[in-house]
Design a protein around this ligand. Structure first.
Ligand SMILES: Cc1ncc(COP(=O)(O)O)c(C=O)c1O
Length: 388
């Protein structure tokens, strides 16, 4: 029996599925309980505020954040990255990033470059990894930020974040990490790794509902709010207050979504991120190993499983990735995602841009060994047909 009902769900890089039971209950409970946090002193509003605070504290605990107020709730990783980049960088500042970034980081930086921010787009290796020496060499007197994804959603490559944190610390610049593919499934300690800004969606490895995201902001980062509006307090101030967290969360919060993220974080804390990491790592390694043995199948990204997150991109000779996705789904019930995955630069590195990208299979905590076997068998069958 597949882990997710009638389908073998291997699209956790797009959004994790299923969620822990406690997540469904928390979102439903918050919706039924009602109340708008910070908007009213009555018991219903206060209880809603407590739900949000508990979620903030759980997320903070997950990443080793001492002051939970520095964890902001957003609507997605994209929203978090926009806030981090546009709230920090001024015209004349310099930012170092890589050519392989997701559009959620790439496009805000391109927009900022049009407004006078200087951007260096560093190359990555054929496996997708940036050279820390290249980052060091790219530093300028006006460098303010190093920004990149911890794990690639195309190659699965993990970047040497702790090493980059040390480079950032020595140079006195900030480090922004897009942890969309690693938050919840890889141990991340913002202080130990020298991370000043950590952006993540709530709906992937944090196991929460869609429409959620988080941004951690270290105490020394002079972030400006990029969205003005009601904060539930300081209403007589005409200007947007830059107090944490409410100055950065104007507008009514997605309380059911946030309650779900809190329950997801609680689940991860109880299981232990190390255990989740070990499980996702073992499933990913088994998938890579099984696929690599198949004739006509190319598995992209790092050969060393320790340098990968739970993302496996593959190509089948003679078959367009969209056709592979369709056949895996319709004939075998194996669901993953085909295409460019919003990161065209990563495909330029792999050489898969002209092919229309790759097929991506991405295991999550709730997948089973049987799911991996079923996926490998399905790819073998489709690849054999394509060779005829
Ligand atoms: C590396 C990376 N960054 C950012 C995002 C954007 O996440 P969201 O869709 O939650 O904004 C994704 C989503 O796939 C991603 O893989």
């Amino acid at each position: 029996m597949p882990s997710s009902g009638s389908v073998v769900y291997l699209d956790n890089a797009a959004t994790s599925h299923p969620k822990p039971e406690a997540v469904y209950r928390a979102a439903d409970g918050a919706l039924r309980a009602g109340g708008n946090p910070g908007r009213g002193g009555h018991r219903v509003a206060l209880a809603a505020g407590r739900r949000v605070l508990a979620a903030r504290e759980a997320v903070a605990a997950l990443f080793g954040v001492k002051d939970a107020a520095r964890v902001l709730f957003t609507s997605s990783a994209t929203d978090s990255l926009n806030l981090a980049l546009k709230g920090l960088l001024h015209p004349g500042d310099h930012c170092i990033t890589t050519v392989a970034e997701h559009n959620a980081l790439r496009r805000p930086l391109v927009a900022l470059a049009l407004r006078g921010v200087e951007v260096t787009w560093l190359p990555v290796s054929p496996e997708g990894i940036v050279d820390p020496g290249g980052v060091r060499a790219a530093l300028r007197p006006n460098t303010r930020l190093i920004a990149l994804a911890h794990g690639s959603n195309v190659t699965g490559a993990l970047q040497p974040v702790a090493e980059l944190g040390e480079i950032a610390r020595r140079a006195g610049v900030f480090l922004l990490v897009d942890a969309a593919q690693t938050a919840g499934s890889h141990p991340i300690d913002v202080e130990a790794m020298g991370i000043h800004l950590l952006a993540a969606p709530g709906h992937k490895g944090l196991l929460g509902p869609q429409g959620t995201g988080i941004l951690y902001v270290a105490p020394d980062v002079p972030l400006r709010p990029v969205r003005e509006g009601g904060t539930g307090s300081m209403a007589t101030l005409a200007e947007q207050p830059d107090v944490f967290p409410e100055g950065f969360e104007s507008g009514t919060l997605n309380v059911p979504g946030i309650a779900g993220v809190g329950a997801g974080a609680d689940f991860l804390l109880s299981v232990g991120v190390e255990a989740v990491h070990a499980r996702v790592g073992a499933l990913t390694a088994a998938l890579v190993e099984g696929l690599r043995r198949l004739p006509g199948v190319t598995v992209h990204g790092p050969a060393d499983p320790a340098r990968r997150c739970g993302v496996v991109s593959l190509s089948v000779d003679g078959l367009d990735p969209g056709a592979l996705e369709e056949q895996l789904d319709s004939a075998f019930g194996v669901v993953g995602r085909a295409g460019l995955h919003c990161a065209p630069g990563a495909h330029e590195v792999l050489g898969t841009l002209p092919l229309g990208g790759t097929m991506r299979l991405s295991p999550g905590y709730f997948n089973t060994e049987e799911d991996i076997e079923a996926a490998v068998k399905a790819v073998a069958a489709v690849a054999a047909l394509a060779r005829r």
